[in-house]
Design a protein around this ligand. Structure first.
Ligand code: MOS
Length: 741
């Protein structure tokens, strides 16, 4: 078995030796440099520009502004909503209007022969503003919250209700009404957004940092009104995305616009600061939960009302779907959820690792912990009391759900039996010790994908799809999938991705790359094997004539069967072919109509709190996950650990601060926006449970990119309560929250 083996990343050596080329490292001949000009007011309009100084500076080739930018035929009509409720093509602001929606909005792009000259000239552009009234703070407008217009792409309403949530709550012996908040967070991938754009007539080539090659191709084609086949998108390496590279954001489009204006290839690389205003963020949420339970812990009523920040409608709409997990995670007959929005003068939010679930689960799993405390019940026992054997919202069985096993294995590894029921009861010298847990879940997504596989005369193979490796291991696991089918060791198979000329694959978001692309690679490799068997049966010497393909084998470039053997090189030579290739498409079947498909997990945190100083330190994290079949034990382990680290950031560090007066982001740098560093990350144990459920997709992999992020914040907040007796309902957890009572 090649699938499942913990083989090393195929791209590892290229990355550590600097030979992996990222978007910003491509330099077509004649390339020049762009720099962005951004608004310093949050509302109103641009009244005009003083451009003379910038235009006269050395090396400046063009100063493109909202006044003089070429019209983009496809930019009318605002952002286009796509699955999940977020837009795929961000069409505003693209210098098509003088209207201002947020501080940091792009209002110009300057092109010069060197980067330094472009940056200097961008600084010299002097905009004049007609400032308007800006609302920069969501908290002051909660009463104006309104229902989303494009929730889940219109596939369902933003609200749902089953049973009689209000009546059941009123009749519940134990009642809790609680409000939780989560802040704005930014993705901060190591690689900033970058695009290099080059035109040849009406053909456009872009090297760009993207999680969505197909979406980028479609977006640029639509915006510039050229056929999609005229747009080539290349993205061989992506230095992390976490959702902020899933849509086609204005900088990519503006690079192509600038290249067209100056008639030369143009490179635009965002600064770290610009990464806070140009490609989305996880929006602030305010979530009200109401839980009613019997004295034995049986949930009688659950209500989850989520309000999230969005941008002014002129920029599009994004809803953080915080309450969808509450619909299905526990067995409860009376459940209601709502989603509402507050528009503020800020850029458009977007997906960020585990969108919806990461924020919503913090509220739900904190509330479950509060309920366990109210009942003096073990938190795992409360969850088992309400274990859902069926999805109560969709009224379907789960394709697979090994959550009980996750609770058990995680509890064992975390030493949960040591935990006292009462808070403030565990100590290590002057430190209070706390243990907390939370459930994790994330939907198993899948979309159609294509791939080809090619056998070379030397018995090596190549497989390919227009997918992405955003640090997740796609190069490695897809080679394993093809190798398995072709009877080759994985090092004899090369996987090619990141090129729009390859067969289409979906956006690498929603943890769906393996579930979508691996079935296509598997099918293409099988089709290639069948083609090779057919060639063997027809080969000149007749060694396999009439042989049943079921009796033939392909291994190490040799076809055998019926006592005969032939090397693929001989077959290729007989047919005068340089290689044999097969193409396949793979798409989801009707399984989603019959089953509810999710991955699951149980997170455990142990914390240490200095009672006098409120200083919080993580001692240990344990996560046990049912992500279906694991295709590479090593890359999976890295994903799971990385997700938990991302969750640690959410729990304890990350928060984007906005100046209320100006709407300007105040901590847009990696020095001031805190993220976990090695010293913040304790021992992390990850456990995988489960295998191919035979239903979710042909490989049985349920997706593990986002799952390990879910539940971390709640597990840590719950551990803080257990250590200190202080309940923190607002992320991130800070010393002042812990000392507040
Ligand atoms: Mo993920 S936030 O769907 O890239």
């Amino acid at each position: 078995m090649v699938i499942g083996q913990p083989i090393d990343r195929r791209d590892g050596r290229l990355k550590v030796t600097g030979r992996a080329r990222y978007a910003a490292e491509f330099s077509p001949p004649g390339m020049v440099h762009a720099a962005l000009v951004q608004s310093t007011v949050a509302a109103g309009s641009v009244a005009g520009f003083e451009l003379g100084t910038a235009q006269g500076m050395p090396g400046v080739l063009a100063v493109i502004t909202t006044d003089n930018a070429p019209r983009l035929p496809g930019a009318a009509g605002g952002a286009t909503p796509k699955a999940g409720g977020g837009p795929q093509t961000i069409t505003a602001p693209l210098l098509q209007s003088a209207e201002l929606f947020y501080n940091g909005q792009h209002i110009g792009v300057v092109v010069a022969d060197t980067l330094d000259r472009a940056l200097a000239a961008a600084e010299a552009v002097q905009p004049r503003y007609q400032p308007g009234e800006a609302l920069t703070d969501m908290a002051s407008a909660l009463h104006d919250a309104y229902p989303p217009r494009h929730f889940r792409d219109g596939a369902r309403p933003p609200d749902s209700s089953r049973g009689d949530p209000d009546g059941a709550f009123a009749a519940s012996p134990v009642k809790l009404s609680l409000t939780y908040t989560t802040p704005i967070e930014h993705h901060n991938p190591m690689e900033p957004h970058a695009t290099v754009a080059a035109w040849q007539g009406d053909r456009l080539t872009v090297w760009t940092a993207t999680q969505g090659i197909d979406g980028t191709q479609a977006a640029l084609a639509a915006l510039f009104a050229i056929p999609p086949a005229n747009v080539t998108v290349l993205s061989p390496f992506v230095g992390g995305g976490f959702g902020c590279k899933g849509s086609t954001w204005p900088p990519a489009t503006l690079t192509a616009m600038a290249a067209r204006v100056v008639g030369r290839p143009v490179r635009l690389v965002l600064t770290r600061r610009q990464m806070y205003t140009s490609n989305g963020y996880r929006p602030r949420t305010v979530q009200s939960l109401r839980l009613g339970a019997d004295a034995d812990g049986t949930l009688r009523s659950l209500r989850h009302n989520g309000i999230s920040q969005t941008s002014p409608p002129g920029l599009g709409e994004f809803t953080e779907p915080v309450a969808l997990g509450s619909e299905m995670l526990y067995a409860c007959n009376n459940v209601a959820v709502t989603h509402r929005l507050v528009a503020v003068n800020a850029s458009l939010p977007t997906y960020m690792r585990a969108p919806g679930e990461a924020s919503g689960n913090f509220a739900l799993e904190s509330a479950m912990d509060e309920m366990a405390a109210a009942l003096t019940m073990d938190p795992i026992a409360l969850r088992l009391r309400n274990y859902a054997d069926r999805d109560g919202h969709d009224d379907k069985p789960f394709a697979s759900k090994l959550l009980r096993q996750c609770y058990a294995a995680g509890a064992e590894a975390a030493g949960w039996s040591r935990r006292t029921l009462a808070p403030r009861a565990m100590r290590d010298g002057r430190y209070l010790i706390g243990m907390g847990m939370a459930t994790a879940t994330y939907p198993t997504n899948r979309q159609p994908a294509g791939a080809w596989a090619r056998m070379m005369p030397d018995g090596t193979a190549i497989a390919a799809s227009a997918t992405h490796d955003i640090g997740t291991g796609t190069y490695t696991v897809m080679a394993q999938v093809a190798a398995e089918e072709l009877g080759l060791p994985p090092e004899r198979v090369r996987f090619v991705l990141g090129d729009s000329r390859l067969p289409k694959a979906p956006v690498s978001g929603g943890s769906q790359t393996v579930a979508s692309v691996a079935p296509a690679v598997q099918a293409a490799a099988r089709a290639l094997r069948d083609k090779l068997f057919a060639l063997a049966r027809e080969e000149r010497r007749g060694r396999f004539r009439g042989l049943d393909p079921a009796e033939m084998r392909l291994a190490n470039g040799v076809i055998s069967g019926g006592g005969a053997r032939v090397h693929v090189a001989e077959l290729l030579a007989q047919g005068n072919q340089r290689w044999i290739e097969a193409h396949a498409d793979a798409a989801p079947g009707p399984e989603k109509q019959h089953y509810s498909m999710h991955s699951f997990g149980a997170q455990f945190a142990e914390v240490r709190v200095d009672e006098d100083l409120g200083e919080l330190r993580l001692v240990r994290m344990v996560g046990a996950f049912d992500g279906g079949r694991i295709l590479n034990a090593k890359t999976a382990r890295s994903q799971l650990i990385g997700g938990i680290v991302y969750g640690i950031g959410m729990a304890m560090l990350e928060e984007t601060l906005v100046d209320r007066e100006t709407g300007r982001i105040a901590n847009s740098s990696v020095a001031e926006y805190l993220m976990p560093v090695n010293a913040d990350v304790p021992e992390i144990d990850v456990i995988t449970i489960g295998g191919d459920d035979g239903i979710s997709n042909p490989l049985g992999a349920k997706g593990i990119g986002e799952l390990p992020m879910v539940g971390v914040a709640a597990a840590i907040a719950n551990a803080v309560w257990h250590a200190t007796g202080v309940r923190v309902r607002d992320l991130p957890i800070r010393i002042e929250n812990i000392l507040a009572t």
